[in-house]
Design a protein around this ligand. Structure first.
Ligand code: ADP
Ligand code: MG
Length: 616
């Protein structure tokens, strides 16, 4: 428990002792001073803050409500009630405080992936423990079983199982050995690993994720903004109503002034908006926390709101529905041999991150480091140009061949075809294939079952490849052969089809689809661990490549929104009832105090449910 919270408890206890003493002692000369002191002990800070706030525009807050309610009670001689209201208000606040800090802590604990040290091995074999941010790129670090991997890198030696659940939500450990890459923030479970670091701490996965989570609260949901605005207008209205209750009935009916003032004070106490002001943001926060436990990072509560009602989901093909690791299925050279063709293509692709490029480099199996590669130009959605050992090399689809001014040969194989032109001459093509992710079909099926009415696939690849992938995944609507700008145009028309109601989601891998990711109502980036561009452009980041996380994120969002709605209806409902009863004189100050605190506490507990969402 924090120091502040302890102080409040001591104050409440002191004031309770004085309160009981005052009730036992009969004499008014002792009773009133005792109760006044008890009141001041429990409420001086609330009073002081209300006085200080009077000069501000929005001074009519809950503290102000409590101050006039209790001072009013004092004025009409209800001393014990005044003390009780203030003390209970403080108890309620204390409770909120504990709940909020507890939920925050449990969310940060989920994200407790920050490594605190790295063990560096030097050339002479000596080791030293240092801070992760002082390790330079290319150093060898040693990670013992049970330790967090502090930096991204590649395993040099050792064999172990890695627990990636903190990052990806995936509970199955991943086996790694020499040559595999590992990510910072994951846990080394079984064996000692020696890792060559591939980047500095500042650019490591763990730092990127921590930054994401820490900034997650910047985008506020409409509901959340509404509650803030609501509280701003609500309190003045309540004060006005209370004044009317105090003045109008006695004027009209000639009733008892004190009696009606008492009822007005009850109205003030019950109307405190804290249940909403606290529980709505807390629910969103818990929902974001729950998603992050599943390896889904949501950048703001507004995206939870959009995901909950998304009705159009647009998928990119390569790397999203498919694994994105192409393998070469055929090489059809002309005028050169296959190895030379692969070599030239792979060299041209040397600096590209595109899945096609990665596969060509892998397939060539030759040492590309020696080759002279310059003047690289990336034609997004078409392919690549580079000068390789003095030759002009184009590698890409038919559109790129048109650009290069050569005629591409037809190929009847199903697959992505990379045509190669060298010095203005057609040199043949390489057929590569990609495979569907095993979870894609299930994901699409689940989305349809959950009521997503339109599922679309966009791709820059050929129509036949696109059709075959879409058929396997169960997607009916396919647009193929699109350049990045065509994707943007298509997205625009999907927006207009859905009537601009903010329900269109796009799922991509961030490689050349960042504009579409940004343009969607909610942009979801897949397997974005490697790609900074995707993390930047996306609103939701799926830490692993698993398409099944899309239905999960929709589930989490819907549950969170349900909880938010329940809290709003419940809090306003109870308050209206007690307000009516109080104004009718059927319930007094005590009931109002309990109702107010009770509603707040229940709403907080309900909000915390969003933290514990289903597995699927
Ligand atoms: P997708 O929409 O499926 O993600 P892209 O828009 O990334 O596909 O690419 C569309 C097509 O352009 C690819 O299928 C490929 O034929 C070609 N292409 C793109 N980048 C490259 C590259 N670096 N090398 C060769 N071909 C490429
Ligand atoms: Mg792509």
């Amino acid at each position: 428990m924090e120091k502040e919270q302890k102080k409040v408890i001591i104050r409440i206890a002191l004031s309770a002792i004085l309160f009981v003493a005052a009730l036992i002692i009969e004499s008014d000369y002792v009773k009133i001073p005792f109760l006044t002191i008890a009141y001041l002990i429990s409420g001086w800070d609330v009073l002081w803050r209300s006085v200080r706030n009077v000069s501000r525009v929005y001074f009519l807050d809950e503290q102000f409500l409590m101050s006039i309610a209790t001072l009013g009670a004092f004025a009409i001689g209800e001393y014990p009630e005044a003390v009780a209201v203030m003390a209970f208000y403080q108890i309620g606040e204390l409770f909120q405080d504990i709940a909020v800090s507890k939920s925050r802590r449990s969310i940060t604990a989920l994200m407790d992936i920050r490594p605190d040290h790295a063990v560096v091995e030097y050339a002479d074999g000596s080791v030293r423990t240092v801070a992760p941010d002082s390790v330079s790129v290319g150093s060898i670090i040693v990670v013992k079983p049970g330790e967090k991997i502090p930096l991204d890198g590649c395993v040099v030696s050792g064999y172990s199982a890695i627990d990636t659940s903190a990052l990806t939500g995936e509970s199955m450990p991943r086996e790694v050995s020499a040559g595999d890459s590992v990510l910072s923030g994951t846990l080394n479970m079984s064996g000692m690993l020696r890792i060559r670091t591939s980047g500095s701490y500042g650019e490591s996965t763990v730092v990127k994720i921590i930054n994401l989570v820490e900034n997650a609260e910047t985008g506020k949901a409409k509901t959340e903004k509404f509650i803030t605005r609501f509280a701003r207008y609500y309190t003045p209205v309540v004060v006005a109503v209370a004044v009317l209750v105090a003045v109008v009935p006695p004027l009209i009916t000639g009733g008892d002034w004190i009696e009606w003032l008492d009822r007005a004070l009850v109205a003030l106490v019950i109307s405190c908006p804290c249940a909403l002001v606290i529980s709505v943001p807390l629910s969103f926060y818990a929902g974001i926390g729950c998603a992050s436990r599943h390896g889904i990072l949501i950048k703001g509560s507004n995206y939870l709101e959009i995901l909950a009602r998304a009705d159009t989901i647009v998928f990119d093909k390569t790397g999203t529905l498919t694994n994105g690791d192409f393998y070469v299925t055929a090489v059809h050279p002309e005028c050169v041999d296959s190895d030379r063709l692969l070599y030239l293509a792979a060299c041209a692709e040397r600096y590209s991150d595109h899945p096609v490029a990665v596969s060509l480099r892998k397939a060539s199996g030759q040492n590309l480091d020696e080759a002279e590669v310059s003047d690289v130009r990336d034609f997004s959605g078409e392919g690549i140009f580079a000068k390789v050992e003095g030759h002009d090399v184009y590698a890409g689809n038919t559109r790129l061949m048109e650009r290069a001014g050569v005629e591409a040969r037809e190929c009847d194989r199903i697959g992505t075809i990379v045509h190669v032109a060298v010095d203005g001459k057609y040199m043949g093509h390489i057929v590569i294939s990609d495979s569907l992710k095993p979870e894609s079909t299930e994901s699409v099926k689940t989305l349809i079952r959950k009521g997503v009415s339109r599922i679309v696939m966009l791709t820059g690849d050929r129509q036949d490849v696109a059709d075959s992938v879409a058929r396997q995944a169960g997607i009916a609507e396919v647009y193929a052969g699109l350049l990045p700008v065509d994707k943007v145009r298509r997205m625009e028309s999907l927006h207009s089809d859905s009537g601009y109601t903010g329900r269109v989601a796009f799922v991509g891998d961030g490689i050349n689809d960042a504009p579409v990711l940004k343009m969607a109502d909610v942009g979801i980036a897949m397997g974005a661990m490697g790609s900074d561009a995707a993390i930047e452009a996306a609103d939701v980041v799926l830490m692993d490549d698993n398409p099944l996380k899309i239905p999960v994120s929709i589930d989490v969002s819907r549950k969170t929104m349900r909880i938010v709605r329940q809290n709003i209806v419940f809090a306003i409902g109870v308050k209206l009832i007690v307000l009516a009863l109080g104004t009718a004189g059927l319930t007094g100050m005590w009931a109002a105090v309990f109702a107010d605190i009770g509603v707040t506490v229940i709403a907080i507990f309900n909000a915390m449910r969003a933290l514990y969402c289903s597995q699927r």
